[in-house]
Design a protein around this ligand. Structure first.
Ligand SMILES: [Zn+2]
Length: 197
C-alpha cells in the first residue's frame, strides 16, 4: 500500500521544483490538520502566524545546502510532507522576528516535534530551528528517508519512548571514544550532518 509520499508527493508536478512551496496540500493530511490547528489556535491568542514552507524537493535542498542555509544536503523531513516551517505574519509578509515559543507550546499540544527543542527540552541542542515542526522523531528520520517507515494516522512522535527523541545524540556520544581511525572519524562527520533539517 502506498503512503502520502508515494501516492501524492511523488506524483505531483512540483516534486522536483527548486522553488519554495508553501501549499498545505503537500503536507501529509494529519500534519496539515495539526499545522492548521496551530495557526488557528495562535490567532485566537492574538498571534498572526503563516506557513512559510511545506514540501521541499531534493533540488531545493541542494541549493539551500550550497548557500549554507541548512546543515543537511540530502532531503529532510520536509521532503516527505511531514514538516512545516511556521513564521510570523506581519502585514501578510513572513517574519522571523520575536518570540517563537508560541509555536513550541502549540506544537507540543498538537503532538508535533518542535525545532526549538527537537522534542526534548531537557538536553542541549546545537541546532535550533524555531519555525520548524515535524511529525516524526529525530530517531525515526533514517527509516523515513530510506522508505522503510511512514507514520500512520495515529502516530504521535511525542508519545514515543523518550530515548527515541534523542537517540541520534546519545548514539554519537557513545561512538565518540571508539572513533580513532581516519575512516571512523569521517563516518562520524557524515553522520553528524544528518542530525538537523
Ligand atoms: Zn523546516
Amino acid at each position: 500500500m502506498g503512503t502520502f509520499y508515494t501516492d501524492v508527493i511523488e506524483q505531483d508536478p512540483r516534486f522536483t521544483s527548486a522553488s519554495r512551496i508553501s501549499d498545505p496540500e503537500l503536507l501529509e493530511p494529519i500534519t496539515r490538520e495539526l499545522v492548521e490547528g496551530i495557526i488557528a489556535a495562535a490567532e485566537e491568542q492574538g498571534f498572526d502566524l503563516m506557513i512559510f514552507e511545506t514540501y521541499r524537493s531534493q533540488e531545493r535542498q541542494e541549493q539551500l545546502f550550497l548557500q549554507g542555509a541548512t546543515q543537511l544536503r540530502r532531503v529532510g523531513v520536509h521532503h516527505f510532507g511531514l514538516a512545516c516551517d511556521i513564521v510570523r505574519s506581519v502585514n501578510g509578509e513572513p517574519s522571523w522576528k520575536g518570540d517563537f515559543s508560541i509555536v513550541g507550546q502549540l506544537a507540543e499540544s498538537a503532538g508535533l516535534v518542535w525545532g526549538g527543542n527537537w522534542g526534548n527540552p531537557n538536553i542541549h541542542h546545537n541546532f535550533i530551528d524555531q519555525p520548524h515542526v515535524q511529525r516524526c522523531t529525530i530517531a525515526r528520520q533514517a527509516s523515513l528517508f530510506s522508505g522503510l517507515w511512514y507514520p500512520d494516522d495515529l502516530y504521535n512522535p511525542l508519545d514515543e519512548e523518550p530515548h527515541m527523541l534523542f537517540a541520534s545524540i546519545s548514539r554519537q556520544a557513545r561512538q565518540r571514544p571508539r572513533a580513532k581511525t581516519k575512516r571512523a572519524s569521517s563516518q562520524r562527520r557524515r553522520r553528524s550532518k544528518d542530525k538537523s533539517l
